[in-house]
Design a protein around this ligand. Structure first.
Ligand SMILES: Cc1ncc(COP(=O)(O)O)c(C=O)c1O
Length: 448
């Protein structure tokens, strides 16, 4: 374990500076640079193995960033690597023609996820959410997609709205204004969305009563995982199910994070609520780029004859498909989710205890191996409640102390902690010892 005294980042800093000569901002996604909280710059990775990552300075970290979710089997899982290598060596990489492994992987998804009767593969969460929206619009003949404040459904112009809007621009809490998440997003896309607060059944009922005839789909993460973690209130997902069913509205669960993570059948299996369409990525590929949209046969069939377009040169390439098949095979091992949840429980209970001993009030929120904690005295149920705590300087100060002690987490609390199937009790105990020390070191910075 790194100790705070020996921690050095000079090589990372030099490598990050060199990268900026040729990569805009030195990183290839907005979540990886200083603007996302990695100050002065991110650790530059040398390699990962299992639940561990080493940076170019030789610092060793227990990894709870897990690439923002995909690495459910940890890094370089032998079965994953072997499956992908075999596919490349024995099949090839892509053909623009079908091959047999595709249907095998699709069958595994259909057997795993309760709502899914047919699937189509894609390469990223962003893409498959767009496809789900197109299918819903084509099937219903309506245009408006309902999305919720604080959720993220990928970076596309159509949906990157009201993700973390400044409250001054966001309108009333009960009827928020759609706020684009970036310059460069045309205003016109906002008119195809209706934005609502999450965990508020009344708000959904009121909107649907007024505009149900325009609404193609309600799109939601079943567990909000892009504003820390906000679990659904009891009965909330069930209410969304009833309202959508009664009003010819497609219910889309964006399970890009929760899929295969909180249960083999995803959040829909965990909560027992079946959407019409589901999007999946991250844990599906176990660290390889693959995504899928799936759902009710009659809905998915709208793309079957090609009249409604679903396309993509790289869709279902052999690397993606072999990874998905292997990831699900590993996740079918008996007892794997029980172990994953037990490891996560040991960690979250330990974190709660550390804060209690330190006299720092926090709310630890999550579902098994996806969780986050808020420096709040009350539970957080929606974006407006979370907003004052987002990008918390307390959290950033603590994250910095954790990094110095060999625990890798994102420095912003809008992201979350993930646990993999290869984290074990010894690594959790090591983490908790580092955590206690980090809380002590952050000291006054954690108190009001
Ligand atoms: C719920 C959800 N949907 C969609 C996406 C977009 O996925 P990708 O980054 O693979 O495009 C993400 C990414 O974090 C996500 O969390």
């Amino acid at each position: 374990m790194a100790t705070a005294a020996t921690y050095s980042t000079s090589r990372s800093e030099a490598a990050y500076e060199a990268a900026q000569e040729v990569i805009s901002g030195g990183v290839n996604s907005g979540a990886r640079g200083p603007q996302a909280g990695w100050i002065p710059g991110p650790p530059v990775v040398a390699r990962g193995e299992g639940a561990l990552v080493w940076d170019v300075d030789g610092n060793r970290y227990v990894d709870y960033l897990l690439a923002l979710g995909p690495m459910i089997h940890g890094h370089r899982h032998p079965q994953m690597t072997a499956a992908v290598r075999d596919a490349i060596e024995s099949i090839g990489t892509m053909f623009a023609l079908p091959y047999e492994l595709e249907a095998q992987a699709a069958r595994a998804i259909v057997e795993a996820v309760p709502s899914v009767e047919l699937v189509r593969f894609g390469n990223s969460g962003t893409e498959v959410v767009l496809h789900a929206c197109r299918i819903a619009r084509a099937a219903t003949g309506k245009d408006v997609i309902v999305r919720f404040e604080g959720q993220y459904h990928g970076w596309a112009d159509q949906l990157e709205w009201s993700h973390h809007p400044p409250l001054a621009a966001a309108g009333l809490a009960r009827s928020p204004r759609a706020v684009p998440g970036s310059p460069g997003i045309p205003e016109a896309f906002g008119k195809t969305l209706a934005v609502l607060p999450w965990n508020d059944v009344d708000a959904v009922e009121r909107l649907v009563k007024r505009r149900g005839h325009e609404i193609a789909a309600i799109l939601t993460e079943p567990i909000m995982g892009n504003t820390g973690v906000i679990p659904p209130a009891r009965g909330y997902l069930e209410a969304l199910r009833e309202i959508t069913r009664a009003n010819d509205i497609v219910l889309i669960f964006d399970e890009v994070i929760s899929g295969f993570r909180v249960a083999y059948g995803g959040a829909q299996a965990y909560y027992g609520v079946t959407p019409d369409l589901t999007t999946m990525a991250k844990a599906l590929g176990g660290g390889f780029p693959v995504a899928a949209v799936g759902g009710r046969r009659d809905l998915m069939e709208v793309v079957a004859d090609g009249e409604v377009l679903h396309a993509g040169t790289y869709n279902a390439n052999t690397v993606a498909v072999a990874a998905a098949a292997a990831s699900l095979e590993v996740l079918r091992q008996p007892g794997i989710y029980e172990r994953l949840f037990a490891t996560a429980e040991r960690l979250t209970a330990g974190i709660g205890d550390v804060f209690e001993r330190a006299g720092v009030p926090v709310e630890v929120q999550g579902v098994g191996p996806m969780f986050q904690f808020w420096f709040s005295k009350t539970p957080i149920a929606d974006y407006r409640a979370a907003a004052p705590h987002l990008n918390s300087p307390k959290y950033a100060a603590l994250a910095r102390e954790l990094h110095r002690r060999g625990v890798l987490v994102h420095p912003s609390n809008i992201e979350l902690w993930f646990v993999s199937t290869v984290h074990n009790d010894a690594l959790v105990d090591e983490t908790l010892a580092a955590f206690e020390d980090a809380v002590r070191a952050a000291g006054a910075a954690l108190r009001d």
